[in-house]
Write a protein that binds this ligand. Structure first.
Ligand code: TXA
Ligand code: MG
Length: 340
């Protein structure tokens, strides 16, 4: 089976894609869809058999909860048994957008969505196709990233086709993802947000939205520039096939020495830099991304996919600055660099 790909480039094509995707989702099928963060593999969140198909297609372990996507505050509240004042504050500022709120689940949400747990992750995505699709369906959509388990998330339709093209019937092409890494996941059950997965909505932004008195506890093990508190939490994830390492280097000489020590084939070594530009490798093996967290996040996965496509053995990524705005990128790089 080869997936059908539907474009959303014009209003008419968008309407057709929404209709066809909604038909499939109503009948209990899965569909690969664009969101502003990464592409998702969607199913009716209220239909356990449909959600089971997501796990089967991805080869994903069943204890890993799936995020539920909604298209209104009302729909979000219906997914939880306790919508908190903090949730309203965060939703006011960040929804629709790349923020997932973790709250006590409603009995309507099946076990398979929450990994058997008592909470559910809820997000109102910003991508216009996703919003139109959820409204057309009338039910929330469970959607993890549309990649095989433990592989790199897709940020365009061809990334999805590369991994899931023979496992799903329909891929909707909504262009390149504007954010580029997965949403910030926040526990919003209490009075202060607790970051469970860093993303492009960073700690200062959350603090401001939550109110000045709010104190954020920190993500265990993933604070940039600080030692790991619990390396066990850093399961390998979001990974290219190539070995990925995060380094800082003072100059070309230091980088050259470390590359030589790495033992990787020089012609299959790629360096992703944003600040300390190397001059010792052929230009085709140097990837420059602007020294800006938004631009870096937007480009990162596409560059890693590209390195995999050309058969990279080692990808060296220049360490991101240890400041909150880069925390989401730093988290993904650390997870991608964990060895199995
Ligand atoms: O941007 C995104 O969040 C993308 C797009 C498709 O929306 N989705 C995504 O889903 O990244 P996924 O399944 O690849 O990642 C889901 C992660 C879980 O591994 C977990 O870290 C967190 O979200 N999560 C979901 N539900 C949770 C819950 N009830 N409690 C704690 N964490 C939860
Ligand atoms: Mg994922």
């Amino acid at each position: 089976m080869a997936a059908e790909v539907l474009s959303t480039e014009t209003t008419a094509l968008m309407a057709v894609a929404v209709e066809r995707a909604a038909e499939r989702l109503r009948s209990g099928d899965v569909v690969a869809v664009p969101t502003e963060t990464v592409y998702g593999l969607a199913a009716n969140a209220l239909d356990p058999a449909a959600v089971a198909r997501i796990y089967a297609v991805k080869g994903r372990p069943a204890h890993n909860p799936v995020i539920v996507h909604v298209a209104s505050r009302t729909m979000a509240r219906e997914c939880t048994s306790d919508w908190t004042p903090l949730s309203d504050r965060l939703a006011d500022v960040f929804w629709p957008g790349p923020l997932t709120l973790v709250l006590p689940r409603s009995p309507r949400i099946p076990d398979i969505v929450t990994g058997g747990g008592s909470t559910v992750g809820i997000r109102w995505p910003q991508h216009p196709f996703m919003q139109a699709l959820i409204r057309r369906c009338g039910f929330p959509l469970a959607a993890p990233s549309a990649n095989l388990a433990n592989r790199l998330s897709p940020t365009n339709a061809s990334h999805v086709l590369g991994q899931l093209g023979d496992r799903v019937a329909l891929v909707v092409d909504g262009g390149d993802c504007n954010v580029g890494i997965e949403s910030t996941v926040v526990d919003a059950a209490g009075t202060a947000p607790r970051i469970l997965r860093p993303g492009m909505i960073d700690e200062p932004a959350l603090r401001e939205a939550a109110g000045a008195s709010a104190v954020l506890s920190e993500v265990v093990g993933v604070i940039p520039g600080q030692p790991l508190q619990s390396p066990g939490q850093l399961a390998r994830h979001y990974s290219p096939r190539a070995r990925l390492e995060v380094w800082s280097w003072r100059d070309d000489a230091e980088l050259a020495r470390r590359l030589a020590e790495s033992g990787a084939a020089p012609d299959r070594t790629y360096v992703v830099a944003h600040h300390q530009v190397p001059h010792l490798l052929p230009l085709s093996q140097v990837i420059l991304i602007p020294d800006d967290p938004e631009a870096f996040a937007r480009a990162l996965y596409a560059q890693l996919h590209q390195c995999d496509d050309v058969g990279a053995e080692l990808i060296v990524v220049e360490a991101p600055p240890a400041v909150p705005a880069w925390a989401g990128v730093a988290d993904r790089l650390r997870r991608a660099s964990v060895r199995e």
